[in-house]
Design a protein around this ligand. Structure first.
Ligand SMILES: *[C@@H]1O[C@H](CO)[C@@H](O)[C@H](O)[C@H]1NC(C)=O
Ligand SMILES: *[C@@H]1O[C@H](CO)[C@@H](O)[C@H](O)[C@H]1NC(C)=O
Ligand SMILES: *[C@@H]1O[C@H](CO)[C@@H](O)[C@H](O)[C@H]1NC(C)=O
Ligand SMILES: *[C@@H]1O[C@H](CO)[C@@H](O)[C@H](O)[C@H]1NC(C)=O
Ligand SMILES: *[C@@H]1O[C@H](CO)[C@@H](O)[C@H](O)[C@H]1NC(C)=O
Ligand SMILES: *[C@@H]1O[C@H](CO)[C@@H](O)[C@H](O)[C@H]1NC(C)=O
Ligand SMILES: *[C@@H]1O[C@H](CO)[C@@H](O)[C@H](O)[C@H]1NC(C)=O
Ligand SMILES: *[C@@H]1O[C@H](CO)[C@@H](O)[C@H](O)[C@H]1NC(C)=O
Length: 902
């Protein structure tokens, strides 16, 4: 299976982030009336309170993100008047401290719940944004600062404030602005919200803080619908709730808040709504970000009257209707336009448009918009264009010459179209700012490199190059001259050899040559590429041993995919401490021996697939000490002996384990089941997997790699042997496991796939399995189970595959619920079983009327089968760069996205 080949590239660089994260750092305003002349020294107790606040932190260069950060508290010296200190402002009349601005002040340390800060009750403004409070919670005593008008606790980084926002925040009834945004820095992805805000707290806040003008809660988990009382906050100007897990109906009244300038509700996948015509009354609206939601309906004409609109992102929704180019002419300020993936019909009318008056668009995202024909000519007249994303349309023909006059382009993504023709490097090099170039995914370009290399100028600044699926038979030579190349995708071509110059490209961070015809051994020179974060050589014809240096290749490598080759020998032994490997896929190859115990040094490892090899080892319980390991597949090897996990080895994050087709010989005990207790979740949110791996400029959503699990029969046919590996799954099939299925199996409540088939299990099917309410696949076939099929299994409303064939089961097949949808194949080979599915009908059990169950095949059941096909159909791939930027967010949770599309 290809990795990056499939997932490809969400390129992103700091520049994009900063461009679109609207003014993260806001300082306290100057509160004093400058004409007042009274003077008053600092109150001693306030002086002391500030000093002890200062002392609770250290200055750390890495604590702030803003490049203009400096340690303001250095000027806080006890012998001077605190009112003169950097960041402090006092009331001219009373001398009380009324404003503290310590934004971007390099503070590192925990926020003390009893901090002296909270004794400064005259504070009107508190800005502590962009420091590192090391996962502290927001202290409840913040509610004591009842005079606060401005509160900014927004944070950047992995160590943002976390936990529950205290309800006391709603006591701040004088607030004009509240900013609790938490931004995870781009370097290490999982973009997980760390702050939570209870709906009741939000309601109280809205109830009490009626003067709010700015409310920014991006990346704060709210997990509810939006209170309609928000529309009571008539002074609102800026409202941002990006990625707050909002759902339900968007209160349409928000579009009547006349003073709005900025609305950002992007990335709330289940948030539904429509745009009312009254949106045209919001004459000050400059920023409208609704990407990655579930908005639907037509886009009202009145929107196109909003002359102040600068940012319009409606990508990844269900908007419909026709939009003509001339509708945009009045949006004279429009800088950013995103309309990707809706149900819109765009620009199909043949009206002539005066292209000299097109808006000054810098970022245009029209991917997956069903654009047909040639590249629209009006794009050439967008001379301000910076980022152009047209991937995955049906564009045909050549790239017009004048395209190369768009000299401000930094990103050009044309991947996944049907474009063709030659590309002259001379022309390409005219785009001197271009750093990201996506041409792959099915286009048929060829590169005119010039006869004499010395005459050719190369677009040497290109960092990201996608030439996947481009019909290449060798590496285009010009790549050699790209001195700054960091990410190279040439997957899905017919390349047979890797040119030796590639090993000199030490700037490379991502190298994807998967799905080609590479032959021979992997050169040990590969370890010259010391900056590599992602290496994908999967699905080729590589032979020989894995170069041993790869075991020492630890510093940046996060993804190592060598799957689908003919590699032999052992896995290299040494895995240095402090490596950052997260994803290792060695399946199918011809590797043998034991799994190197040194893999326990891969403390970041999340995914390990060694299936379909010849490993001969006992159960690697020691992997259970890896804190992040989520997926383990040992399928189809010669692992043997007992399955067990001694005390220390708890597999704390495990959600998918495949031990099938091995020689495990063990009694299925409760202890074994408890090795998988991480599959018991109390909160569905824990199942929201957001794993992005960063490899240079590229983010890769590892949940998107199909993970193969063995199976047989229908599931195999249906899925082509692939499961989406974010499914919570246990597969122990085809071993020699005996004993009874312990009751406790029914407590692994997040299980979606349970396969115990082809073992030696005895006893009855525990009725507790009926509690596995997420179960979609249950295979118990080919065992020696006896007794009845428990009635409780009819409660498994999501079951799409069920097989208990070839056991010793008896009695009637429960006739109601989901079980009635399976045919003979699911039940055959149990000679005492009876039911309508079988030849043997039940005599003593008159038919019960068929009960309609809740999950009655409604379209919302979204089984993962369908999802799987969705992945195939959409052919996910190609950069989503601007998608990210437009969503004002930094990752794309493709899984949820696909679910939505479905
Ligand atoms: C804060 O102070 C209160 C009493 O004033 C005390 O009970 C509490 O333990 C203190 N909390 C912390 C975290 O110091
Ligand atoms: C409003 O604020 C006051 C304190 O200012 C507090 O006592 C009250 O509980 C708050 N109301 C709500 C609904 O939170
Ligand atoms: C908010 O508005 C609703 C009507 O839209 C009204 O019933 C309610 O009293 C208002 N709440 C506050 C706190 O003003
Ligand atoms: C809206 O803004 C105007 C101009 O700034 C201001 O006069 C008015 O009071 C504001 N409306 C509300 C409801 O705050
Ligand atoms: C707002 O817009 C709607 C529809 O465009 C219009 O009927 C209404 O009069 C407008 N309301 C205000 C207050 O301008
Ligand atoms: C638009 O123009 C194209 C070619 O110029 C033509 O084939 C098509 O029929 C026209 N469509 C309409 C709706 O006029
Ligand atoms: C296009 O717009 C420009 C600027 O308003 C104007 O000068 C020009 O005459 C227009 N061209 C046409 C063909 O209408
Ligand atoms: C639009 O762009 C094309 C190609 O660059 C150019 O030939 C044409 O003059 C431009 N039109 C206007 C009105 O600027």
């Amino acid at each position: 299976m290809t990795m990056m080949g499939l997932l490809h590239s969400v390129a992103l660089s700091t520049q994009f982030l900063l461009l679109f994260s609207s003014s993260l750092f806001t300082n306290c305003l100057t509160l004093n009336d400058s004409t007042s002349t009274h003077h008053h020294g600092c109150h001693p107790h306030e002086n002391n309170a500030l000093l002890s606040f200062k002392q609770s932190f250290i200055i750390s260069k890495s604590a702030s993100y803003n490049t203009f950060s400096y340690p303001k508290t250095v000027s806080w010296i006890s012998t001077t008047d605190c009112c003169s200190w950097d960041g402090i402002e006092c009331d001219e009349l009373t001398g009380h401290v009324i404003s503290i601005d310590l934004s971007s002040s390099l503070l590192y340390g925990s926020m003390d719940a009893n901090s002296t800060l909270f004794s400064l009750v005259h504070l009107q403004c508190l800005d502590l944004s962009d420091n590192d409070f090391n996962h502290s919670q927001i202290p409840a005593r913040i509610g004591h600062l009842s005079q606060l008008r401005h509160l900014n606790l927004s944070q950047v980084g992995e160590t943002t404030l976390s936990g529950e926002v205290p309800t006391q925040i709603s006591h701040l009834s004088n607030l004009l602005s509240l900013d609790l945004r938490s931004y995870i820095e781009q370097l290490d992805f999982p973009l997980i919200n760390r702050l939570q805000l209870k709906e009741s707290t939000l309601r109280s806040l809205i109830h009490n803080s009626t003067r709010l003008e700015h409310l920014r809660l991006n990346f704060v988990t709210i997990s509810s619908s939006l209170p309609h009382t928000l529309t009571n906050l008539t002074s609102l100007q800026k409202l941002s709730f990006c990625q707050c897990e909002l759902h339900g109906e968007f209160p349409i009244g928000i579009f009547s808040l006349a003073n709005l300038t900025s609305l950002n509700f992007a990335r709330n996948q289940y948030l539904q709504g429509t745009l009312p015509a009254s949106i045209g009354n919001l004459t000050n609206l400059a920023y409208l970000a609704l990407g990655y939601n579930s908005f639907h309906g037509e886009i009202p004409q009145s929107l196109f009257r909003l002359e102040n609109l600068e940012f319009l992102s409606l990508s990844y929704n269900f908007f419909e209707g026709q939009l003509a180019l001339d509708m945009f002419l009045k949006l004279k300020m429009l800088n950013v336009l995103g309309l990707s993936l809706n149900k819109l019909s765009l620009f199909s009318q043949n009206r002539t448009v005066n292209v000299t008056i097109l808006p000054p668009i810098q970022l245009l995202e029209l991917s997956r918009c069903n654009l047909n024909g040639e590249i629209p000519t009006w794009i050439m007249n967008l001379t301000t264009l910076n980022l152009l994303n047209l991937h995955h349309n049906n564009l045909q023909g050549e790239i017009p010459y004048f395209f190369f006059k768009l000299e401000n382009l930094t990103l050009l993504n044309l991947a996944g179209n049907m474009l063709e023709g030659q590309i002259e490097l001379d022309m390409l090099s005219k785009l001197q700012k271009l750093t990201y170039l996506g041409l792959g995914g099915g286009n048929k370009f060829y590169f005119l490199e010039g006869k004499n290399t010395s005459n050719v100028t190369f677009p040497s600044q290109i960092q990201y190059l996608d030439l996947s699926s481009s019909n290449l038979v060798h590496f285009p030579n010009f790549i050699q001259h790209l001195q700054e190349l960091t990410d190279l995708f040439v997957s899905h071509n017919r390349i047979k050899t890797i040119p030796s110059w590639i090993w000199n490209k030490t700037t490379l961070q991502t190298l994807d040559i998967s799905n080609n015809l590479l032959m021979g051994e992997i050169s040990p020179l590969i370890c010259n590429l010391q900056s590599l974060g992602g290496l994908d050589l999967s699905s080729n014809n590589l032979v020989g041993m894995i170069p041993s240096c790869l075991g020492r290749f630890g510093r940046f490598l996060r993804i190592l995919n060598l799957a689908g080759n003919k590699l032999t020998g052992n896995i290299p032994q040494i895995y240095v401490k402090e490596n950052v490997l997260r994803f290792i896929d060695f399946s199918p190859n011809k590797l043998y021996g034991q799994l190197p115990r040194a893999l326990v040094n891969c403390r970041m490892l999340e995914f390990l697939d060694v299936s379909h090899n010849h490993f001969n080892d006992s159960f690697p319980f020691w992997l259970g000490s890896l804190p992040k390991l989520k997926v383990v597949s040992l399928c189809d090897n010669q692992f043997h002996g007992a399955i067990m996990c001694p005390l220390k080895y708890t597999f704390p994050q495990l959600r998918n384990i495949d031990l099938s087709q091995n020689g495990f010989e063990t009694k299925l005990t409760s202890e074994i089941i408890m090795c998988f207790k991480s599959m018991i979740v109390s909160n569905k949110r824990q199942l929201d997997f957001k794993d992005m791996i960063y490899t240079g400029n590229t983010f890769i959503d590892i949940n998107f790699f199909p993970f193969s699990m063995s199976n047989k029969g229908v599931v195999m046919d249906y899925l082509g042997g692939q499961y989406l590996r974010h499914m919570v799954a246990i597969d122990l099939s085809c071993n020699k496991i005996y004993g009874e299925i312990p009751d406790i199996m029914g407590s692994l409540n997040s299980l979606v796939v349970l396969n115990l088939s082809n073992n030696m299990l005895t006893g009855s099917i525990p009725s507790s399995l009926g509690k596995l309410s997420n179960l979609e696949v249950l295979d118990l076939s080919l065992n020696s189970l006896s007794g009845n099929i428990p009635q409780q299994l009819t409660e498994l409303t999501f079951l799409s595959f069920f097989n208990v064939s070839f056991n010793n089961l008896s009695g009637p097949i429960p006739e109601n619920g989901q079980l009635s949808t399976f045919d003979n194949n699911s039940f055959e080979g149990n000679k005492d079983l009876c039911g309508i599915q079988l030849l043997k009908k039940c005599e003593n059990h008159p038919k019960l009327p068929l009960q309609k169950s809740d999950g009655d095949q409604d379209s919302g059941s979204e089984s993962f089968f369908e999802l799987y096909w969705m992945v195939i159909l959409i052919g996910y791939g190609g950069g989503l760069v601007a998608g990210l930027a437009l969503g004002n967010a930094f990752s794309v949770d493709v899984y949820r996205l696909l679910k939505k599309i479905f």
